[in-house]
Design a binder for this molecule. Structure first.
Ligand SMILES: Nc1ncnc2c1ncn2[C@@H]1O[C@H](COP(=O)(O)OP(=O)(O)OP(=O)(O)O)[C@@H](O)[C@H]1O
Length: 653
């Protein structure tokens, strides 16, 4: 996006006059001042350039126009036009004089000079020259082409149908054509100007260029692209006050048309200069001038406007109007870009390049990366599956060992319960009593105490003791059927305790044979129950400790189990997300494959097309060669015949 460049040019004053108000130029600012030099408020304008009365056409060309001309050579559309009241110097600026050639002749010479210097491109330049007179388009290069219509197409945009376009090779040729056009232009005398332009003229140059050696750069399809730019150099008719020009009849009619089309141009500029949001419909179609200049005003072109003004006080109001027009035009932005046309070969090349690029992407880096990703995901999934299996096995083992431990704990708990029951009941004394009266007491004791066959609490070692070690106390009552266990039941044997337990029966404690672990005396092998009971009591404490330990072990195992289960869950989640990603990647791969196949089909089609084209060219060349041969032989035959006829033999005859 770039703003339109706007400059103001003062023509030299015609009359020597003493004026009350004066225009003052300060760099690129113009302001109106009172006689004593006081600025008049609200009449001050700033532009890209302000050219004083003494400035020349060549300085204007260098500062304002040259860049547009060079951009046009590079392929940008360009427009330069002069706007201003009648006799302010528009035609002088555009056409100039012998001494000071105007913008148009300078541009023509510059274009041919520059294109000549560009060695790597070939240029084809066409020119046309038209005028808009009374809202009709006339061809200035061909008088038969009058009242030409405006057409619009996608390829050409807005164009004047039937306009003569001359292919030109040098500047002089163009300047001659311009002279011809000028002669055909409508000019007339008014009170304001002896040679007043009664029409708007548009001198147009179409610059086409292509790379000279496109074979050497065959890889680059841009080399085959043709750049086409349109350069419009416009000399507008001047706005006029009927009272000032003193126009009547034909001049009046012309003046009305001129003023109307300039008013529409002003409207278009106004709308374009408004803020983007407020900008409504732009009335380009309201006049032929705005229709033709449409690309130059807010479109695809680089544009410069030179507003010419007259310095005399009598023209202050017109000058103010021109400066306001210029200020608004300064706000317009254009969007210029190089205009390229692709030839069939260039199109084919560009398509081929695109297909190649896509193929490279598919076959090369892109698909490799995709395959790697899929492979990695597969590996990851495999790994996590193995880990999951390992964890599941560990979990199973843990579960089994926990079951075993629970069983053992339950068993031990049962035993402890039995022991507690046994201890709390007073049956113990009965047993002790019965031990000494019944031989079958051992079996009974076993069943009552819920002891299993492989009871670990059985007294580890028994020694058979002779009967005579036991003696009966005569005065001990037999009526006793129970004897409570002593409160302090230690593991140290003493006689009183023994007597108490044996309920009247005494034994020689010294004669007792002691087992290494247990200090209680051995009894008759048939009476093992009591010893078992004692063992239970002693081992009970130990068992409780072991149970506590095992419980804590179980707790630990439980915790481990919970951690493992959590891990297992995480792995399961991970596994499922990996499976999802894998399926997505697979879908991607399928899509890419389909895309690739389609591209391959396109490529094949293009290849076949190229083959056909080559065959066509070959057959054409053959036909051409044949034709050439034929022509050559015809030429030599006729040459021989002519020589034959002009030989002295014939002349003599
Ligand atoms: N910068 C200048 N230096 C010398 N003479 C100039 C200059 N500008 C204009 N003139 C002279 O002023 C007269 C009017 O100029 P010109 O015909 O270019 O005006 P115009 O704006 O094209 O008028 P119109 O709109 O009526 O065609 C001409 O004689 C021209 O030679």
């Amino acid at each position: 996006m770039e703003k339109i460049a706007v400059a103001v040019r003062f023509r030299p004053s015609i009359a020597e006059e003493t004026s009350d108000r004066q225009w003052r130029i300060d760099d690129s600012r113009i302001s109106l001042h009172k006689p004593l030099g006081t600025p008049i408020s609200g009449v001050s304008f700033a532009f890209d350039h302000v050219f004083e009365e003494s400035s020349t056409n060549s300085s204007i060309y260098d500062i304002l126009i040259k860049s547009i001309i060079h951009a046009a050579i590079e392929g940008f559309n360009g427009t330069a036009f002069a706007y201003g009241q009648t006799s302010s110097g528009k035609t002088f600026t555009m056409n100039g004089s012998q001494v000071d050639p105007g913008i148009i002749p300078q541009a023509v010479r510059d274009i041919f000079y520059t294109t000549h210097m560009i060695k790597n491109r070939e240029f084809l330049i066409r020119v046309s020259y038209m005028e808009i007179y009374n809202e009709e388009i006339n061809d200035l290069l061909s008088l038969v082409n009058q009242k030409l219509p405006i057409h619009e197409s996608l390829e050409r945009g807005v164009y004047v149908a039937g306009l003569r376009e001359e292919i030109v090779n040098n500047a002089d040729q163009v300047l001659d054509l311009i002279k011809l056009g000028e002669a055909n232009r409508h000019v007339g005398e008014t009170n304001m100007n002896v040679r007043s332009s009664r029409s708007h003229t548009i001198f147009r140059m179409v610059i086409e260029s292509s790379a000279k050696d496109s074979i050497s750069s065959c890889d680059n399809s841009n080399a085959d692209a043709i750049r086409v730019s349109v350069l419009n150099l416009v000399d507008l008719a001047g706005s006029e006050r009927i009272a000032k020009t003193g126009a009547g009849g034909v001049r009046l009619k012309e003046g009305k048309h001129i003023n109307k089309s300039l008013m529409i141009l002003g409207n278009v500029i106004n709308k374009l200069s408004e803020n983007g949001k407020q900008r409504a419909h732009i009335p380009y179609r309201d006049s032929k001038l705005t229709r033709i200049l449409q690309p130059a005003l807010g479109g695809n072109a680089k544009t410069s406007i030179i507003c010419t003004v007259a310095p005399e006080e009598v023209h202050i109001e017109e000058t103010k109007g021109t400066l306001q027009f210029a200020s608004r035009a300064k706000r317009i932005t254009n969007c210029a870009q190089v205009n390229e046309i692709l030839t069939d070969t260039a199109l084919l090349k560009r398509q081929k390049q695109e297909i190649e690029e896509l193929r490279r992407k598919l076959q090369g880096h892109h698909s490799e990366v995709l395959e790697q990703v899929i492979l990695k995901q597969r590996n990851d999934m495999h790994k996590s599956e193995l880990e999951r299996e390992k964890l599941a096995t560990e979990l199973e083992e843990e579960r089994k060992s926990r079951q075993v431990l629970t069983l053992r704990i339950e068993e031990q708990q049962k035993r402890i319960d039995c022991l507690n029951e046994l201890l709390s009941s007073n049956q113990a004394s009965c047993f002790v009593h019965e031990i000494f009266h019944s031989d079958s007491v051992s079996e009974e004791m076993h069943s009552k105490n819920c002891m299993s066959e492989n009871n670990i609490f059985a007294t580890p070692t028994f020694k058979a003791m002779p009967d005579h070690f036991v003696m009966k106390r005569p005065n001990h009552s037999k009526e006793h059927d129970s004897s409570p266990l002593p409160v302090n039941f230690t593991n140290i044997a003493n006689e009183d305790l023994w007597e108490q337990l044996n309920d009247g029966f005494t034994t020689d404690l010294d004669a007792l044979q002691m087992t290494p672990n247990i200090k209680y005396g051995a009894v008759d092998s048939n009476n093992t129950s009591i010893v078992s009971l004692i063992s239970i009591i002693i081992y009970g404490t130990d068992l409780q400790e072991r149970t506590t330990m095992e419980r804590s072990q179980v707790e630990e195992l439980k915790e481990q189990y919970a951690i493992l289960e959590r891990k297992c869950g995480q792995l399961r989640d991970e596994n499922s997300s990996l499976a999802q990603t894998l399926s997505l990647s697979k879908q991607d791969a399928v899509l890419l494959r389909a895309e690739k196949e389609e591209l391959m089909r396109d490529l094949e089609y293009e290849r076949l097309k190229m083959k056909d084209l080559k065959a066509g060219i070959r057959s054409f060349s053959l036909a051409f060669a044949e034709r050439e041969c034929l022509l050559n032989s015809l030429y030599s035959t006729s040459k021989a015949m002519i020589e034959n006829y002009s030989s002295p033999r014939f002349s003599d005859g």
